[in-house]
Design a protein around this ligand. Structure first.
Ligand code: GTP
Ligand code: MG
Length: 138
């Protein structure tokens, strides 16, 4: 089985969508093996999204992710990384397929409700960024 790092972003926690989003993950066969609500500092959000530091939207992205609490979680399952990205839908909700989280809940390309790791190596790094081994209950 595979694990991936998921974040329910401030636009979604603010609208009390955590339960509905988690239902989508569980319906897709993804098990939530760790989960916590945290409020990222701008420095922490900036570090997490460092790969995007040269993109024009970096400042806006960091400010948004530190604006209000997020729920960080580890999802486990068969092909969890790809499956999660399928359930999330396209980055821009305008391009997301029907039934995906972003199609149903995202407000814009920036405020798009969820983050999911994009590859095995980044999943490992991102899980370690937020969780210790003791917090992962498979
Ligand atoms: P993540 O799972 O959050 O990494 O989304 P992604 O892999 O679908 O998108 P990508 O890694 O390309 O971009 C990371 C995040 O930056 C996106 O989820 C958006 O929140 C934000 N982002 C991407 N493009 C734009 C943009 O054009 N404008 C703004 N404001 N934010 C953007
Ligand atoms: Mg990404």
């Amino acid at each position: 089985v595979e694990r991936t790092l998921s974040i329910i972003k401030p636009d979604a926690t603010r609208r009390n969508l955590t339960g509905k989003i988690n239902q989508k993950f569980e319906d897709a066969g993804l098990r939530i093996v760790a989960q916590k609500r945290i409020h990222l500092s701008p420095a922490q959000a900036g570090k997490f999204y460092e790969v995007h530091k040269d993109r024009p939207f970096y400042g806006e992205l960091v400010e948004f992710m530190a604006s209000e609490p997020v729920v960080v979680q580890v999802l486990e399952g068969e092909n969890a990384i790809a499956k999660n990205r399928e359930v999330m839908g396209a980055t821009n909700p305008a391009n997301a397929d029907a039934g995906t989280i972003r199609k149903e809940f995202a407000l814009s390309v920036g405020e798009n409700s969820v983050h999911g790791s994009d590859a095995a190596e980044t999943a490992k790094e991102e899980i370690a960024f937020f969780f210790s081994g003791l917090e992962l209950v498979g």
